[in-house]
Unconditional design. Structure first.
Lengths: 400, 283
C-alpha cells in the first residue's frame, strides 16, 4: 500500500516516524512563549524611603498583585466553605481602618480579634500600610525579619521547610492559616480549595508561569499586593510637599510633636524627616510595672532591656486605627494623649527616649492636648482608605 | 644606514615610553582605607545597658545606644595636603546598635602616600546639614526637627543616670545638633551683641526662636599611617564616652537634666567637651 502518492514506501515510513519529533521540536521552539509577567514598579512618594523591602525571589508584577488582591479578600483562605467559616486577611485588616480591624468592626467588637475557632489573638492587629518601606521587622515584636533563621512551627504542625520561614511579609500568610488564634486551618485544605475554583489556575499561570497552586505562591501573591498599600496623601503629606497648609492649631501640635520640651513624639514616631511616622524600632513606653508578655521584644532578643518593649507603630491614619497599643488598652486618641501627658510609669525597663517619664509624662495643658490631637488628625489619608485598587474585587463573592 | 636610524628612533621612543609609564605608575598608585568605630569608657570597651559608670560629677550612669555622623573626612599627608573621602558621600553614620556601620570600608581609591593625620567634622557643616537628604532608615531617624533648626542630629547618645535617693535610673538624651536662640533669654542678648562665643551663624527666625546656631566642630587627630598600592590600611576611631561629660565642663545630669536639644548653653558645653572625645590608632 502506497500511503502517500508519489513517495516510495520506505521514505514514507521514515517520514511517519520522524513526524512526531519534527512537530514536537516545532512546538517547543515556537508555541510555548517565554514567561514574561508585567513588572510593577513602586512609585516612591516625595520624601519617602528609596530602600524597599522586596525579597529577590518575589519581584512585584501586575499579575502577581492582581492575584494577591483576590486572595487577600478570599474567605476560602480558611480552607472552609461554610459561610460562617470563611476568613481571609481582610477579615481583620479592613481598608476603612487603614487595614486593621478598627474599633467599630462588626465581626470583632472593639477591634479585639479572635481566630476562626474563637481563640483570642495575643495582640491587637497592626495596620497594613507602607510596609514595603520597613526593613526593621514585622509584628509588634519584630519576629518577622530577614535575619530570622527559624523554619516551621511544631506547635502548629508545620514542618521545618524553607517555605515556612519567618523572614518577610510572605511568612505571615502561612502563619495566619496555621495559627490557632487566626484561621486555625490546614495549609493543604486551603491550597486545595483555592485550586478548585476555575478562576484561579489561569491567574496563577499569569503570575508565576504555570497554573500550579501552592502555599509559596499564595503567600508571594498576597505579599505583593500588601506591598502596594502605600499611604502618602494625608493633609500633612501635602503640607510637606508645599501643596497645602496647616492651621495654626495643627502647626502648634506639630511643634509639640517634634520638640523635646514638648510632647517629644518624634524620636520614636518620626515626622517631616521620616514621613513613615515610625522608626519601626522597639520601645518600652512606660505603660506597666510588670512585664510578662511571652510575645514582647524580649522574647525575640532575650536582652533584658527589651522587656515590655514593642514596635512603635506608624501614626499615619491614627484617627482610623483605634484601639491603641499592643493590647488595645486605649480606646481613643484622648486616652493616648492623656497617657503620654501624665500616665507614664518609670521603671528600669522604660526606654531612655521616654525622658518625660520622670514627670509621669510630658505634662501637657488641655490646649496643648487639643493641638496635638489636631496635628495627629492631619495624618489621616482619605485617599488611602477609599482607593478602589486596594478594595475587594467586585466579582469576588467569598469574603467574610 | 636608514634601518639603523629607524631602529635607534624606535629604541629611543620605547625608552621614553617606559620611563613615562614608570613615572605614571608611581603617581597613580592607590590603596584602600578602612575606618573602624570603637566606643570606650575609661579605656575599656563600652558596656551598654548596665549601670556601671560614674562620671566626673559623680553621677552613676549607663549608656544604652549611640548614633552619630562624621562628615567632610580628610586624610592629611605629610606635605599637609588633604585627600577628601567622597566615594561614599560626604558623611558616615555610626550606630552602636548596627555593627555593620562600625566598620567602614571606604570606597575611595586613596593615593599611596605617607599620612600624618585624619580630620573630620563631628556632625555636619551648615552646607551639608540639609533636611531630607537621607530618605532611608536608620539615617532618616536622625532628623532634627525644622522648628529646632532642621537637618540632622549630629549625635544621639541615650542613657540613664541615678538621681540622688532614687533606685530607678532616669533617662537622659544627650542629643547634639543645631541650637536655637529663644527670645528673652540670656543667649538672645549675647546674640544681639554679636558676641556669641562659638562664632555661630544666626540664620533665620521662627516663632519665638530668634535664630539657630550651628554647633558642629572639627576634630583633628594626628596619626602616622601609610597607604600603599593595592593594600588596605585600617585605623580605629575611638569615642571615649566619658570625655563628653568632663573637661572643660563637668557634666552634672542632676543640674542639666534629661534633654538638651533646646538648651543652647548645654550644646556649647557638649561641643567644648567633645574636642578631646576621639582618639585614633592603627588597627
Amino acid at each position: 500500500m502506497n500511503l502517500i502518492p508519489g513517495i516510495k514506501r520506505k521514505s514514507a515510513w521514515i517520514l511517519l516516524i520522524l513526524f512526531p519529533f519534527l512537530m514536537s521540536c516545532h512546538k517547543d521552539t515556537e508555541v510555548t512563549p517565554a514567561f514574561k509577567p508585567t513588572l510593577y514598579t513602586i512609585q516612591i512618594p516625595k520624601f519617602f524611603p528609596t530602600k524597599l523591602n522586596i525579597p529577590d525571589d518575589n519581584p512585584m508584577t501586575v499579575e502577581g498583585i492582581r492575584l494577591g488582591r483576590y486572595l487577600f479578600y478570599d474567605g476560602r483562605l480558611s480552607g472552609r466553605t461554610h459561610p460562617d467559616s470563611l476568613m481571609s486577611c481582610s477579615s481583620c485588616h479592613t481598608q476603612s481602618s487603614a487595614f486593621e480591624p478598627g474599633i467599630n468592626n462588626t465581626r470583632f467588637p472593639g477591634g479585639k480579634t479572635f481566630g476562626l475557632t474563637g481563640i483570642a489573638t495575643p495582640h491587637y492587629a497592626l495596620p497594613l500600610m507602607n510596609l514595603v518601606f520597613n526593613s526593621n521587622g514585622y509584628l509588634w515584636n519584630g519576629m518577622i525579619h530577614s535575619s530570622n533563621t527559624k523554619l516551621g512551627n511544631t506547635a502548629y504542625g508545620i514542618p521545618a521547610l524553607p517555605q515556612y520561614n519567618y523572614k518577610n511579609l510572605e511568612s505571615l500568610v502561612w502563619m495566619a492559616i496555621a495559627a490557632p488564634h487566626e484561621i486555625n486551618g490546614s495549609i493543604e485544605k486551603t491550597v486545595q480549595l483555592i485550586g478548585s475554583d476555575p478562576m484561579y489556575p489561569p491567574m496563577f499561570k499569569a503570575a508565576f508561569g504555570t497554573s500550579e497552586i501552592n502555599i509559596d505562591r499564595i503567600s508571594k501573591a498576597i505579599a505583593q499586593f500588601v506591598r502596594t498599600l502605600i499611604s502618602s496623601n494625608s493633609k500633612f503629606d501635602k503640607y510637606l510637599r508645599g501643596e497645602s497648609s496647616l492651621t495654626p492649631e495643627e502647626l502648634m501640635g506639630y511643634n509639640l510633636f517634634t520638640t523635646e520640651e514638648g510632647a517629644d513624639c518624634f524620636h520614636c514616631h518620626g515626622g517631616g524627616g521620616n514621613p513613615l511616622f515610625s522608626t519601626y524600632l522597639f520601645y518600652n513606653n512606660g505603660k506597666d510595672t510588670q512585664f510578662n508578655d511571652p510575645r514582647d521584644r524580649f522574647s525575640i532578643t532575650q536582652n533584658p532591656v527589651d522587656k515590655g518593649a514593642y514596635k512603635a507603630p506608624s501614626l499615619r491614619n491614627i484617627e482610623f486605627t483605634a484601639p491603641y497599643m499592643h493590647d488595645g488598652r486605649f480606646k481613643n486618641l484622648d486616652e493616648v494623649i492623656d497617657f503620654y501627658s501624665e500616665g507614664v510609669i518609670l521603671t528600669q525597663y522604660t526606654s531612655p527616649l521616654m525622658h518625660h517619664a520622670q514627670n509621669q509624662g510630658a505634662q501637657l495643658t488641655p490646649t496643648e492636648k487639643q493641638q496635638l490631637k489636631a496635628f495627629l488628625k492631619t495624618l489621616s489619608d482619605q485617599q488611602f482608605i477609599t482607593d478602589t485598587s486596594f478594595s475587594k474585587p467586585s466579582d469576588l463573592n467569598w469574603q467574610k | 644606514m636608514k634601518l639603523k636610524s629607524a631602529f635607534s628612533a624606535c629604541l629611543f621612543f620605547l625608552i621614553v615610553l617606559a620611563l613615562f609609564s614608570c613615572k605614571n605608575d608611581q603617581e597613580e598608585s592607590f590603596g584602600k582605607f578602612q575606618l573602624k568605630f570603637a566606643h570606650k569608657v575609661n579605656g575599656n570597651e563600652l558596656k551598654c545597658d548596665t549601670l556601671v559608670y560614674t562620671n566626673a560629677a559623680g553621677n552613676q550612669y549607663m549608656v544604652n545606644d549611640i548614633q552619630y555622623f562624621i562628615s567632610d573626612i580628610d586624610l592629611i599627608n605629610n606635605e599637609g595636603q588633604a585627600y577628601r573621602l567622597k566615594a561614599d558621600g560626604f558623611a558616615h553614620y555610626a550606630d552602636t546598635d548596627i555593627p555593620s556601620t562600625l566598620i567602614w570600608n571606604v570606597k575611595d581609591q586613596i593615593p599611596s602616600d605617607n599620612y600624618k593625620a585624619i580630620r573630620f567634622v563631628f556632625g555636619f557643616t551648615p552646607e551639608h546639614n540639609i533636611s531630607n537628604q537621607y530618605p532611608n532608615q536608620p539615617e532618616s531617624d536622625m532628623f532634627w526637627p525644622e522648628s529646632l533648626g532642621g537637618g540632622y542630629h549630629y549625635m544621639k547618645l541615650n542613657g540613664k543616670w541615678l538621681k540622688p535617693g532614687e533606685t530607678i535610673p532616669t533617662p537622659f538624651n544627650f542629643h547634639l545638633g543645631i541650637g536655637q536662640v529663644y527670645s528673652g533669654t540670656k543667649e538672645a542678648e549675647i546674640a544681639k551683641s554679636s558676641k556669641w562665643p562659638c562664632g555661630s551663624i544666626i540664620t533665620k527666625s521662627k516663632n519665638d526662636v530668634l535664630g539657630f546656631v550651628h554647633n558642629q566642630f572639627t576634630v583633628n587627630l594626628p596619626v602616622s599611617f601609610l597607604i600603599t598600592k593595592d593594600n588596605t590600611t585600617s585605623l580605629e576611631l575611638v569615642m571615649n564616652v566619658e570625655s563628653w561629660f568632663e573637661t572643660p565642663n563637668i557634666w552634672n545630669h542632676n543640674t542639666i537634666g534629661s534633654s538638651i536639644m533646646q538648651n543652647q548653653q548645654a550644646q556649647i558645653w557638649a561641643k567644648e567637651n567633645g574636642q578631646d572625645v576621639f582618639s585614633i590608632s592603627a588597627k
